[in-house]
Design a protein around this ligand. Structure first.
Ligand code: FES
Ligand code: FES
Length: 210
């Protein structure tokens, strides 16, 4: 069955066959990525630390971090939404700060990456627990508050929550709204309109994390 998150094919929408390590998207910058990949130039080898583990990567130096996480590491938490930094579905944490992985070249990442899959271990490390719980308090709050509808945006939404709560343990509603709305490069979008439930879940998570 086709993966709805597969990177778009070079000549149109839809999943790309195989695992060609070619970055594809819109705009001149991305066209440059494709040209570089076609000509075999710009291939970089290196390592990035993701969810506590060092991973060796060999890919075009401009390949988006999102593609490396999903296609090479099998981490399906971050989603491909717009591919342009305009929706937040692909958000991950880099050094604890929310980053749009669709517009971040993997080779530019120097600090640890945390995806949805790494949140329980992140919480365990923060609290000095000997073992990871099944869920980070933010994930549990999302369940308790029954936030997701289709769910597509929610990994990115939880990344914002963790970023905010690690810096501001007891945020006001205005601070929560601000984090989702005014953090560059764009507001986080939910086509299902779960915004009020997200605010409630962040407040619930704040209490659980106190
Ligand atoms: Fe990255 Fe939309 S997929 S911001
Ligand atoms: Fe469907 Fe947000 S829950 S897009």
């Amino acid at each position: 069955m086709a993966d709805e998150n597969a990177r778009p094919a070079e000549d149109g929408p839809g999943p790309m066959s195989g695992r060609a390590r070619v970055a594809v998207g819109a705009g001149a910058a991305v066209a440059g990525i494709v040209d570089g990949a076609r000509s075999g130039q710009g291939i970089a080898a290196g390592s990035i630390r993701v969810n506590g583990t060092e991973h060796q990567v060999q890919a075009s130096s401009n390949t988006p971090l999102l593609y490396v996480l999903r296609d090479e590491m099998g981490l399906k938490g971050p989603k491909f939404g717009c591919g342009l930094g305009q929706c937040g579905a692909c958000a991950v944490l880099v050094n604890g700060k929310e980053v749009r992985s669709c517009i971040t070249a993997w080779s530019s990442v120097k600090d640890e990456v945390t995806t949805l899959e790494g949140l329980p271990a992140r919480w365990a490390q923060a609290k000095g627990l000997s073992a990871s719980p099944a869920l980070h308090p933010v994930q549990q709050a999302w369940i308790d508050q029954q936030v997701p509808q289709c769910g597509y945006c929610q990994s990115g939404m939880m990344m914002v929550a963790v970023d905010l709560l690690e810096r501001t343990p007891n945020p006001t509603e205005a601070q929560i709204r601000d984090a989702y709305t005014n953090t560059p490069p764009s507001p986080h979008l939910c086509r299902c309109g779960t915004y009020m439930s997200i605010i409630a879940a962040v407040r619930r998570a704040a209490k659980a994390m106190a």
